[in-house]
Design a protein around this ligand. Structure first.
Ligand SMILES: C[S@@+](CC[C@H](N)C(=O)[O-])C[C@H]1O[C@@H](n2cnc3c(N)ncnc32)[C@H](O)[C@@H]1O
Length: 255
């Protein structure tokens, strides 16, 4: 199935941008994915970093906090406006611009690290492959690509439309549902919900995408879940997710 250009994601995030604005962890993946992704990105001091699908800048600010020079790109004008507002309020030297990650054409070999945190769930397989090829081209030799995505099993684990997350998968299956765009909701710890989308991919799609993009090194893959510490912090929120595979964090180097 051919997917439209990122109109749907842009419309969703232009409408809901304000719900994403945050300075402290609030959503599930602010605990279960973003800190772990940052750990994979280190060392960051003095590095040129591209944050693709940067949203309102939550990860860009973290990357900058570790000493990186950061460019954040996002398809949603509203998210970029919020990121710039945060930068004006508390200048960190981060540059932000509106761009479609699939088509972005920055200089070859201009970054030490490219990061994409929950971007690929908005792209179909072909769009993800084009983006990965772009990333490979923009990375310097020896540079790294780090990305986080929902675990391929994520959408299929919870059938009830209730917190902490739910996707409307209808009768779709793991293989038959490939490239289908599921609407969903992810709740924050304060009880409010974020509307999200997930273009489903199998585990193999991510590895094929990297190989077709030109990455030849073995990627490091971490399956992320909630920890006992998170359950101790908020049993009602994290407890039902204990021992479930929630996200994948992937790190691969460009030779
Ligand atoms: C779940 S948010 C994650 C934002 C940020 N990376 C974070 O971790 O807080 C996904 C972001 O991807 C952006 N996005 C979706 N499709 C995109 C595309 N084709 N190009 C650039 N950004 C895109 C959305 O606008 C949204 O801001």
């Amino acid at each position: 199935m051919t997917m439209p250009l990122p109109t749907e994601a842009r419309a969703l995030y232009d409408q809901t941008a304000a719900n994403w604005s945050r300075r402290q962890p609030s959503s599930l993946s602010d605990y279960t994915a973003r800190p772990q992704v940052m750990a994979l990105c280190e060392p960051l001091a003095g590095k040129d970093v591209l944050d693709l699908g940067c949203g309102e800048g939550y990860c860009s600010r973290m990357l900058s906090g570790y000493g990186a020079r950061v460019l954040g790109l996002d398809v949603s004008e509203r998210m970029i406006a919020l990121a710039r507002e945060a930068e004006r309020a508390e200048p960190l030297g981060i540059r932000y611009d509106t761009a479609d990650a699939v088509a972005v054409a920055l200089d070859e070999a201009s970054f030490d690290l490219v990061v994409a945190v929950f971007l690929f769930n908005y792209l179909d397989v072909a769009q993800m492959q084009r983006t990965m090829a772009n990333v490979h081209r923009m990375l310097r030799p020896g540079g790294h690509f780090v990305f986080a995505v929902p675990h391929p099993a994520f959408a299929f684990m919870r059938r009830d439309p209730a917190p902490p997350f739910h996707f409307d998968i209808g009768s779709a299956g793991y293989f038959g549902g490939r490239n289908s765009r599921f609407g969903g909701r992810i709740w924050k710890r304060d009880g409010t919900a974020l509307d999200v989308q997930l273009v489903h991919k199998t585990l193999g799609d991510y590895f094929d995408g990297l190989r077709l993009a030109g990455f030849s090194a073995m990627p490091g893959v971490t399956e992320l879940t909630v920890t006992r510490e998170m359950v101790a912090l908020d049993e009602a929120f994290f407890g039902p997710l204990f021992d479930l595979p929630l996200h994948l964090a992937v790190k691969v180097s460009r030779s």
